[in-house]
Design a binder for this molecule. Structure first.
Ligand code: AVJ
Ligand code: FE
Length: 437
C-alpha cells in the first residue's frame, strides 16, 4: 500500500500473479478435460474459454503493451474478446483445446515474468507502482471467481472441497449500527492498484443512517419466504415482480424444500440451509423485496462505503474496515479458502470502527445504487473495463465474497451486475434512515 520501494512492489506483483495462477490451475484441473469444454450453464463460458481469455488479456497488456513484444497469437484475439461473443455462444467457437490453452497461458506467463523483470515501476502511468501487473493479476482472480460460479452451476459430484470456516457462537451484539451524517472521503487517488472506477477520491455527504451489523442471514431470509414474500407484489419492484412470476422464482437459487426442510446444493453436495450463514445467490430484486418486507431498504453505495471506511476518530477513510493493513485470515473470509460464507458475526477482528462486521468477504452485497462514474472519472487503461457499463441497467455490489482474492478486494472496490443476476455469490445487508433530531 503506497509502498515507495519498487523492488517490494515488484515482489508483490510477482506474488499476485503466482497466487492467481495457482488458483486458475486448480479450477481448470479438478475436472476432466471434456468438462472444460462443456457448457454448464448458458450464463457462463466453458472453463477453457476463461483459461485462454486470462492468457490473452495478459498477452495484450503485459507482453504487447507494456513489453512492446510481438504478438504470440494475434489470430485468437477475437475469439477471446468478451464483447465479440456472448457467453452462451462461446462453446461453439473454435476455442483452443484444453492442452493447447494450458500451453498458451504458460508461454505467455513465462514472457510476462521476463517483462516484469525489465520494467521500471515509475515514469509511466500504466506501469507506475506495477499497476499493469496488478491489473492483470486482478483480472485473472476475477475470472477465477467466475470459474468458481461455473463450478457451482455444474451438475454432478463435487470437484472442489475446502475446510469450513470456524463455527461462531450466535452473534449477540446490536443488530444495527448508527452511522453519523456528514461528509467522508469516497473512492481513492492513492491506492496503487485501484481500478479506474474507484477513482478519484472525492468528498460525499450522507445523512445519518442505521445499517445492519452483519449481512442478512438464511434464517432471516427464510422468514420472508415463509411469510409469503414471493406471493405479495407489495414488496417487489414492478420489474422484479414480473421477473419472479415469469421464471417461477420462489426462493434463493439452489434452494429447495423437501418435507418440512429447506435444502441447498453447494458445489455438488446437498445440505440443509444453515440458518446462521449470510444468504447467498439472491438477485437485487430479491434483496430489495426482502428489505421492503422488513420495513427497511438497501444501503446506497456511498452509505456502504462510509460504514466500511469512515473512522470517526480521525475523520479519514481507511483502506479496509479494520484499518490499512492487507487482509489476513483473521479479518475476512476471502480467497476461496472456504467455499461458503462464515456465520453472521464472524471475524470480530475485521469489524469497522463503528462495529459493522463482515463488510469484506463472505458475500457480495447489493447496494441500492446504479453503477455510475465518480466526479472526475477517466477511463484507464481501457473503456471496456468500466465505462461501457455505466448506467441504470447495472446495480453496484460491494465488499467481495469468499470467492474473491484479496488483490481484487478493497474498501473502494466496485462490482456491478444486472439486478436479475443470482448465480453470483451475492447477498446483502439492509439500512434505514436515522430519525431526524
Ligand atoms: C467487474 C466482475 C463485472 O466479470 O464482467 C473480467 C470483471 N472484466 N474481465 C466481469 C472483468 C473483464 C467484470 N466484473
Ligand atoms: Fe475478462
Amino acid at each position: 500500500p503506497g509502498d515507495p520501494d519498487p523492488e517490494a512492489l515488484r515482489e508483490r506483483a510477482l506474488d499476485a500473479l503466482l497466487t492467481a495462477r495457482a488458483r486458475t490451475a486448480l479450477l481448470t484441473s479438478c475436472v476432466e478435460d471434456p468438462e472444460l469444454t462443456a457448457q454448464h450453464s448458458p450464463l457462463m463460458s466453458p472453463l477453457v474459454w476463461d483459461l485462454a481469455h486470462i492468457g490473452n488479456q495478459e498477452e495484450q497488456w503485459l507482453l504487447r503493451t507494456v513489453g512492446g513484444r510481438e504478438a504470440i497469437r494475434p489470430e485468437i484475439d477475437g475469439l477471446y474478446d468478451a464483447f465479440e461473443h456472448p457467453r452462451a455462444e462461446r462453446p461453439s467457437l473454435p476455442l483452443l483445446p484444453p492442452a493447447e490453452a494450458r500451453r498458451y497461458v504458460h508461454e505467455v506467463r513465462g514472457r510476462a515474468l521476463d517483462v516484469l523483470e525489465g520494467t521500471a515501476f515509475h515514469g509511466d502511468r500504466l506501469t507506475e507502482a506495477g499497476f499493469a501487473f496488478g491489473m492483470v493479476a486482478q483480472h485473472e482472480q476475477q475470472h477465477d471467481e467466475t470459474m468458481l460460479i461455473t463450478h457451482q452451476l455444474r451438475k454432478g459430484a463435487a470437484a472442489l472441497t475446502a475446510a469450513d470456516p470456524a463455527p461462531a457462537p450466535p452473534f449477540t451484539g446490536p443488530s444495527e449500527v448508527l452511522v453519523p451524517g456528514g461528509p467522508f472521503t469516497m473512492g481513492t487517488s492513492t491506492e496503487p492498484w485501484a481500478l479506474d472506477n474507484e477513482r478519484p477520491a472525492h468528498r460525499r455527504t450522507v445523512a445519518a443512517f442505521h445499517i445492519d451489523t452483519t449481512p442478512v442471514t438464511n434464517g432471516a431470509y427464510r422468514a420472508f419466504v415463509e411469510d409469503g414474500g414471493y406471493d405479495d407484489p407489495r414488496w417487489w419492484a414492478p420489474e422484479g415482480w414480473d421477473h419472479i412470476r415469469r421464471h417461477g422464482i420462489t426462493a434463493p437459487l439452489f434452494w429447495r424444500r423437501e418435507g418440512g426442510q429447506w435444502l441447498r446444493r453447494r458445489f455438488g453436495v446437498t445440505e440443509p440451509v444453515p440458518a446462521d450463514e449470510p444468504v447467498l445467490h439472491v438477485s437485487w430484486y430479491e434483496a430489495d423485496a426482502y428489505a421492503r418486507w422488513a420495513g427497511r431498504r438497501l444501503p446506497t453505495e456511498a452509505e456502504w462505503e462510509k460504514a466500511a471506511r469512515h473512522d470517526p476518530a480521525s475523520g479519514r477513510s481507511r483502506r479496509y474496515p479494520w484499518g490499512d493493513a492487507d487482509p489476513g485470515p483473521e479479518h475476512a473470509n476471502l480467497g476461496q479458502r472456504h467455499l461458503r460464507p462464515a456465520p453472521a458475526g464472524s471475524y470480530p477482528a475485521g469489524e469497522s470502527p463503528l462495529g459493522v462486521r463482515q463488510l469484506m468477504g463472505d458475500v457480495w452485497e447489493w447496494t441500492a445504487s446504479d453503477f455510475a462514474p465518480y466526479p472526475g472519472f477517466t477511463a484507464f487503461p481501457y473503456k471496456e473495463y468500466s465505462e461501457v457499463f455505466f448506467g441504470p441497467e447495472y446495480k453496484v455490489l460491494r465488499g467481495g465474497s469468499f470467492a474473491v482474492d484479496q488483490v481484487a478486494c478493497r474498501g473502494t472496490f466496485r462490482n456491478w451486475d444486472y439486478p436479475v443476476r443470482r448465480q453470483i455469490f451475492s447477498g446483502f445487508r439492509t439500512a434505514r434512515d436515522a430519525e431526524a433530531v
